[in-house]
Design a binder for this molecule. Structure first.
Ligand code: HT7
Ligand code: ZN
Length: 851
């Protein structure tokens, strides 16, 4: 397979200052005429090479004259050109309604839309499809007016008109030079929810969210989030919107969450549509975060884009950091940080510890779509967060101002970003750059010793070997540290930011009045694993006294983890955890959403990540036993928490969300206790809920139960929502996440259900993705889970390779399991690799997972 390497980057041989596109749109056959003004870049005699995929040119002209001496090299169209500047016109035909990959121009729900990142534009027309070729686009679209009354593209609308044959046309112009991956058009029968925003310099921007008419009432939350995001970017980063129009279109078939096309964002409808009856609090939060994320890309991604795809984290890591800051400012900062860290640990840490580990700035790839990973996005965001911590708020803002000013209108690199931080913040980040090039999650061991009024913190770091990187250098780890008095609970020191940049270090503290307890990596200031010599009593103490809510949560998690790992190894002692949870439930100064997070046990897979060999059955048993003990011993407290706010009408407010979250967690513990009324309680909540959060909370509990009511609830849910694809996804997902013994068989049955389809990525992910993440069910010792996943991936690969490749990683974790399971997993990976006609997406993931 062809491997693309970062070190091979060379600037483009030809530039395309202007692009004119003419689309004669039709789902079966769309004709695309592209007129490119091209200029030779530098002193060379190379021909013009345009990327294509799947199509054939019907005609090629140069400066208005048809030519025949073009040739096809691989998938590239090669055109000999003699001068320094030419006008090249190509014509191709494509078939949107046969495009199941959902890259390029495709049909979704009767509408036509595009997805061009990373390399979809070449499936529409011939073009130098690389992010460092920036062009000004003018687009003309012609389509049947009855089926496609709305015609949208990037930038601002210019003109429109009717034609005689029932067709109509529209032209759009985007004045900002952009790479081809940001191109977009939509043609469809859509209704719009409009509002407007006045920018800080007084520009009036028309905002529109376009959806099916029936979905219009579900767009208010997304529209509000957009307005909030626009205002937030002005106050927080001084960034203002730059066109007169900002449109968002929601489509049902989409490979990802959303896409930041200039002035015309296209969204997976699950990140737009919400009302209390169909969307959970989690959905509402995710919608606001994704709307903000795509909007923020207008500066971090569009105005400044990436020089090449190795720099992907330049825009993605920074934009995730920006959307995390936005969400933190809308609600509870602490809960948001807890959620983000939980996400990082659930997806990025395993990636960093497995066969697909790669640096935040990778060195090579076969298929770029495989690199839209948690490492690029979420670890990338942690790198920005660490730089922000090192620079401080003013230095960081000076750094981002410099970055935006200096690189506006260009295709930049991660190095450009770091240099801006160094100059703006006046710091030296030489060693910090290792975070971009070294993969793997650093491990820190921390030990605090105490002698009289002095204490010494000894630190050691180790960065594990990862594929292609056997030896690592020590990294800069910004660790927020504070000491608390073990007796008084008072702070003994101020918080210090320790920049730990060596293999070993020790830090002295003086003037301590009592025995100190160590609070370290507060706020999760560095994305590392910390192993400390803190006792269970120290952790319980911090879970009650630390003044950093994240550190308080973290202490509780560590206490639970230590208990569960010991318990999975046969040494169960639940007393410490029970006391600490009781304490947290009794605390009156904590917000309820925080309490709900703090009392939740670590996931089965995170427990597995702490073990030398993952034993899914022992982990499940240990976790269930602790859940049962917590449920029975604290039953009165759970019932009290559950009764809180009962009957209160639904409101999407921080308080309302906190209440609902805690009630659902409490319901789970009541069920875990084995209480006779648990299923009835859950069913009553399911039946009477006036919102989807409570309904799903109850259904999730019921779906794992042995009670008969389980089927009743699932049937009611199905008949109520079978016409709503996004809600039906939840029905599939909940069953795939169930902890019942027969989950594997249920999932296999659901794959045959009339409503299951591999053509819709949301549906495929709701069943296959959720099942792959269900540690115990997926890793059934008989290998049925592995076989099921491989079968589904092979079938899905024929339709949509990108989505198939994204679902493969659970099979690549074979090294973490016993030899019997490892053998079964490897056999399925080998079967995938041997499959004739496999895509390069799935081949890259599967073959790397075998290494
Ligand atoms: N920048 C967008 C990435 C994306 C994407 C990547 C591969 C295949 C399909 C895709 N759809 C969107 C999304 C984002 O990060 O904002
Ligand atoms: Zn993004």
């Amino acid at each position: 397979p062809l491997v693309i390497r970062r070190e091979d980057y060379t600037p483009p041989e030809w530039l395309v200052p202007e692009t004119k596109l003419d689309f004669d749109l039709d789902p079966a056959t769309t004709r695309v005429t592209a007129t490119l003004s091209v200029t030779r870049n530098g002193d060379h005699a190379a021909p013009l090479r345009l990327d294509g995929a799947g199509q054939k040119p019907m005609s090629v002209t140069v400066d208005g004259v048809a030519i025949n001496d073009w040739r096809i090299d691989g998938e590239q169209l090669v055109i000999p050109l003699t001068g320094a500047a030419h006008i090249v016109e190509t014509q191709v035909e494509i078939a949107p309604d046969r495009n199941t990959q959902l890259m390029g121009l495709y049909a979704s729900g009767g509408n036509l839309c595009t997805q061009c990142e990373a390399e979809g534009f070449r499936r529409i027309t011939y073009f130098p499809d690389r992010p460092d070729v920036l062009s000004v686009y003018s687009v003309r679209m012609t389509a049947d007016k009855k089926h496609f009354p709305v015609l949208l593209a990037n930038g601002d609308p210019v003109a429109q008109g009717d034609l005689e044959d029932g067709r109509h046309w529209a032209t759009w112009h985007d004045p900002f030079p952009k790479p081809s991956y940001l191109f977009a058009l939509v043609a469809g029968d859509l209704a719009v929810n409009r509002s407007s925003f006045t920018t800080m310099s007084g520009r009036e921007v028309s905002l529109g969210i376009w959806v099916r008419e029936a979905d219009l009432p579900k767009t208010d939350h997304a529209l509000k989030a957009l307005e909030l995001a626009m205002a937030w970017d002005e106050t927080t980063y001084g960034r203002e919107y730059d066109l007169d129009v900002f449109n968002i279109v929601a489509v049902d078939d989409f490979n990802f969450g959303a896409m930041e096309n200039k002035g015309l964002n296209i969204f997976n409808s699950r990140y737009i549509l919400a009302d209390p009856d169909t969307a959970t609090d989690y959905d509402y939060d995710a919608i606001a975060a994704v709307v903000a994320h795509e909007y923020f890309h207008n500066w971090s991604g569009n105005r400044i884009t990436c020089r090449d795809w190795f720099q992907l984290s330049l825009k993605e890591g920074f934009t995730v950091y920006r959307d995390q800051g936005f969400s933190a400012d809308q609600g509870s900062r602490a809960v948001k940080r807890i959620e983000d860290v939980r996400g990082l640990r659930a997806s990025q840490f395993p990636e960093d510890a497995g066969p697909l580990a790669h640096p935040v700035r990778p060195e090579s790839y076969q298929e770029i779509s495989n690199f839209y990973t948690a490492t690029i996005y979420n670890k990338g965001a942690e790198l920005i967060r660490m730089m922000a911590a090192i620079l401080g708020p003013q230095g960081f803002r000076a750094g981002t101002d410099l970055y935006f000013d200096r690189y506006d209108g260009t295709a930049a690199t991660c190095e450009d970003f770091v240099t801006s931080m160094e100059e703006g913040g006046k710091v030296d980040l030489t060693q910090f750059r290792l975070w971009y090039s070294q993969a793997g999650t650093p491990r820190v061991s921390a030990s605090l010793s105490h002698d009289g009024d002095r204490a010494t913190l000894r630190l050691a770091q180790q960065v594990p070997a990862t594929p292609g990187q056997p030896v690592k250098s020590p990294m800069v780890l910004p660790l927020r540290v504070k000491l608390f008095g073990a007796e008084s609970g008072a702070a003994l020191t101020d918080e210090r930011l320790v920049l730990f940049d060596d293999t070993l270090d020790s830090i002295e503290f003086e003037g301590l009045a009592e025995r100190p307890v160590l609070s370290i990596n507060r706020g999760f200031s560095a994305p590392v694993v910390v192993e400390s010599d803190r006792t269970a009593a120290d952790l319980a103490f911090l879970s009650a006294h630390d003044d950093d809510p994240f550190a308080r949560y973290e202490a509780m998690q560590q206490l639970m983890l230590d208990t569960l790992v010991a318990s999975a190894g046969g040494h169960a002692d639940h007393e410490g955890v029970i006391a600490a949870v009781a304490n947290t439930l009794a605390a009156t100064d904590l917000d309820l959403a925080f309490v709900a997070e703090a009392v939740l046990l670590p996931s089965e897979s995170f427990i597995g990540d702490q073990m030398a060999v993952v034993d899914p059955d022992a982990i499940f048993r240990a976790r269930e036993a602790l859940r049962r003990d917590l449920g029975t011993r604290l039953e009165a407290q759970w019932r009290q928490a559950y009764a809180q706010g009962e009957g209160q009408p639904y409101a999407y407010t921080p308080e309302g969300k906190g209440l609902r979250r805690l009630r659902t967690v409490a319901l789970g513990y009541i069920a875990a206790s084995g209480a006779a009324d648990a299923a009835d309680l859950a069913f009553a909540q399911f039946d009477s809920a006036d919102n989807m959060t409570d309904r799903m909370g109850a259904l999730t509990t019921l779906v794992s139960s042995e009670s008969e009511i389980r089927t009743t609830a699932l049937d009611i849910f199905y008949s109520q929502y079978c016409d709503n694809a996004l809600v039906l996804d939840k029905w599939f997902q909940a069953q795939a996440q169930s902890s019942r013994d027969d989950t594997g068989a249920i999932v296999a049955g659901l794959a045959e259900h009339a409503d299951f389809t591999l053509t819709n990525p949301n549906r495929a992910r709701s069943l296959i993705g959720a099942f792959g993440a269900n540690q115990r069910a997926f890793n059934n010792a008989d290998g049925s889970g592995y076989r099921f996943l491989a079968d589904q991936l092979i079938a899905l690969d024929r339709l949509n390779p990108q989505t198939a490749a994204k679902l493969l990683p659970p099979l690549g974790r074979w090294r973490r399991f016993d030899s019997a399971r490892a053998g079964l997993m490897r056999a399925e990976l080998e079967r995938i690799v041997r499959t004739p006609g496999l895509s390069k997406d799935l081949f890259e993931q599967a073959s790397k997972s075998l290494e």
